[in-house]
Design a protein around this ligand. Structure first.
Ligand SMILES: C[S@@+](CC[C@H](N)C(=O)[O-])C[C@H]1O[C@@H](n2cnc3c(N)ncnc32)[C@H](O)[C@@H]1O
Length: 378
């Protein structure tokens, strides 16, 4: 056994032990696809200061990083192209998703021979290669929005011997030229489901996508596409964290502090610390304000305040030391969060599987099986 074969066998072993690699057909794909080809020499490593720094790996480091089931090599930060060793950045914008998550999602996709798959978010190209190995090059379309990322993925796919249809473009529009698909899989997260994905999926087909919320935390949903142009499905038990589809990123609004003035305040009934960093609860808390963006502000004394803002001009600030909140604009964003949180706690903190999403051409909404719904601004 060469050392690369040994690495690949180790990866398969890790995935089997983790209980995520159960299907022999996916196992054969993982055993075949050379993941090291999809991890570039230059990757971004996270430092203690919260910044990423570009580092060049030697061959052994690259193999170690590529073949660990639970490591996600970050391959691009802040949409930077032509990065050099030592460059620094804040926000990962592309990666070779950790194999454990890639394989979990591929198994959840429930593909069978002969099916056509549309992948949104090519990234490194590794998951597209697995799909091509499993289903055949002609059955796979993969869309990447960033031309530099797409070019690198194209090279890696060629080196590895796969030729899926690689499209550079906005995956929110799907890829109508290749439709209809039996499966759509998004490897970037969305606040709601772009309707083009439903339109381009055959009735009876499935859409698998990570759902994002304003607090940056996510659930994984699988929708059945019906013959009447609608789709619906429940969240899967596993929560995941993915980079956003570009159009669903936080808006990056100018500083709103001046707009805020001195509005009336009230005590909070929910401290953001109760859910921040706790993926699924944070996604639930964000449901009534899915279009809003959250950020943390620091006062001169380093005290934290929590900001929530939306395109309709709604702006709420939660003052953590004072445990109070105030808002301007049409919606009391924090009040809405508190209301949903109160409901969730009183309902006994129901889990992901009890939530779902329904998508129609006109509107879409998240529902809980008890009957409560949250309209999405799609
Ligand atoms: C987590 S990475 C994908 C990982 C990849 N599937 C793999 O196996 O390596 C997410 C990718 O989605 C891409 N992306 C973001 N918005 C997109 C969009 N609107 N259309 C297509 N791709 C998009 C990003 O550029 C990034 O490369």
């Amino acid at each position: 056994m060469t050392s690369i074969e040994a690495y690949r066998a180790r990866l398969v072993d890790q995935l089997v032990r983790a209980g995520v690699l159960t299907d022999p057909a996916w196992r054969a794909a993982v055993e075949t696809v050379p993941r090291e080809v999809f991890v570039p020499r230059l990757v971004w490593l996270l430092g203690d200061d919260g910044w990423y720094t570009a580092r060049e790996l030697d061959a052994d480091q690259r193999l170690e990083l590529a073949y660990d089931a639970r490591l996600t090599p970050v391959t691009q930060v802040d949409d930077l192209v032509d990065a050099r060793p030592g460059d620094r950045g804040r926000c990962p914008s592309s990666s070779a998703t950790m194999p454990e998550l890639v394989v979990t999602m591929l198994e959840e996709l429930e593909v069978s021979d002969g099916q056509r798959v549309l992948e949104i978010g090519t990234g490194s190209g590794y998951s597209a290669a697995l799909l091509a190995a499993r289903l055949g090059d002609d059955q796979v379309v993969t869309v990447e929005v960033d031309p530099a990322v797409a070019a690198a993925a194209g090279e890696a796919l060629t080196t590895a011997g796969y030729k899926p249809c690689l499209v550079t473009g906005d995956g929110a529009a799907g890829w109508p030229d290749g439709a209809p698909y039996d499966r759509v899989i998004a490897t970037c997260s969305v606040r709601w489901i772009p309707y083009a994905w439903v339109e381009q999926t055959r009735p009876g087909g499935l859409i698998l996508a990570p759902l994002a919320g304003p607090f940056g935390n996510q659930g994984l949903v699988r929708l059945d596409v019906r013959g009447d142009g609608t789709a619906a499905g429940r969240l899967l038990a596993r929560d995941v964290a993915f980079m956003r589809l570009r159009a669903h990123r936080p808006a990056g609004r100018p500083d709103q502090a001046e707009r805020f003035g001195d509005p009336p305040t009230r005590p909070i009934t929910l401290d953001p610390e109760e859910f921040i960093g706790d993926r699924f609860p944070a996604w639930v808390a964000g449901l009534p304000v899915i279009d809003a963006d959250a950020s943390v502000g620091r006062g001169e004394d380093e005290s934290a305040s929590y900001w929530l803002e939306a395109d309709d001009g709604s702006l709420a600030v939660v003052d953590m030391p004072q445990q109070q909140t105030a808002y301007v604009g049409p919606r009391d964003l924090w009040g809405l969060v508190e209301d949903t949180w109160r409901w969730w706690v009183e309902a006994g903190r129901p889990g992901p599987w009890t939530f779902g999403i329904t998508v129609t051409p006109e509107r879409q909404w998240i529902w809980h099986e008890s009957g409560r719904i949250w309209e999405l601004p799609a």
